[in-house]
Design a protein. Structure first.
Length: 244
């Protein structure tokens, strides 16, 4: 019988945030899949091996996923990677494929999942704690309260439209655009009707919390998440009184 592919969400960075199901699946699978050519460069691997040290002795299946928007390069990488995954599954081995955060939230694993399922193999998703939830917890903020909407933007967004959207706005991985994003958000925050905060490298050893967007280091790196919340009229009144 062919093996099963498991997409494992390893959470945002803290090894203690892996779910019990993720730990059990990693322990049970014969092969560990990573979206990189080198375990030393794979953030998801670094998290998983701290939570489940025994996987360091297991067979590693490397499926390098390039950080590019070039559809042709991505397609070729997934085709080649899925060939190797299928070959391993045909040998009867189960694969636990690592994904940072949760696979269903902009996870690179999901493309692999769809392709492997279309080939007739069995594949399952083991959810992980999403980075946006960990960021909200680190900031001590609610992503959504009562009937408040939550909007997630994956790096490409028009900040001019923020005022037109009600509810919490989460800006993920602004990366190379970070300096420009910071300047625009500072202008919005200075008006006094928004709280804008951020966390870099959430859950990792170098986690940094920025209570205000003006404090955000423009060189904070790839794993930056920004939370944009409109201040309620009642809170604006309280804050104005506190400043007096």
């Amino acid at each position: 019988m062919a093996g099963t592919l498991y997409g494992i969400g390893v959470g945002p960075g803290d090894p203690e945030l892996l779910t019990m199901k993720a730990v059990k699946t990693l322990s049970a699978c014969a092969v560990i899949g990573i979206p990189n050519a080198d375990t030393a460069l794979c953030t998801a691997w670094k998290i998983a091996v701290l939570a489940v040290p025994e996987i360091a002795g297991k067979e590693i299946l490397r499926v390098p996923v390039p950080m590019t928007k070039d559809i042709s390069k991505l397609n070729n990488a997934y085709i080649e990677g899925c060939k190797n995954i299928a070959k391993t599954l045909d040998s009867g081995k189960n694969i636990a494929f690592l994904n940072l955060g949760d696979p269903t939230l902009y996870g690179s694993y999901m493309e692999i999942h769809k392709r492997i399922c279309s080939l007739g193999y069995r594949a399952e998703i083991v959810n992980g704690i999403p980075s946006i939830c960990a960021v909200a917890a680190a900031l001590g903020e609610a992503l959504g309260e009562r009937d408040e909407a939550i909007h997630i933007f994956p790096g490409n967004y028009d900040l001019r439209s923020l005022d037109k959207i009600d509810g919490t706005k989460v800006l993920m991985k602004p990366a190379s655009k970070l300096p420009a994003v910071k300047r625009q958000l500072q202008d919005i925050e200075m008006r006094g009707d928004y709280d804008i905060s951020a966390v870099a490298n959430c859950g990792m050893e170098n986690q940094t919390i920025y209570p205000s967007i003006r404090d955000l280091d423009e060189e904070a790196g790839y794993f930056v998440t920004i939370l944009v919340k409109k201040i309620s009229p009642a809170m604006q009144h309280i804050e104005a009184e506190e400043r007096q």
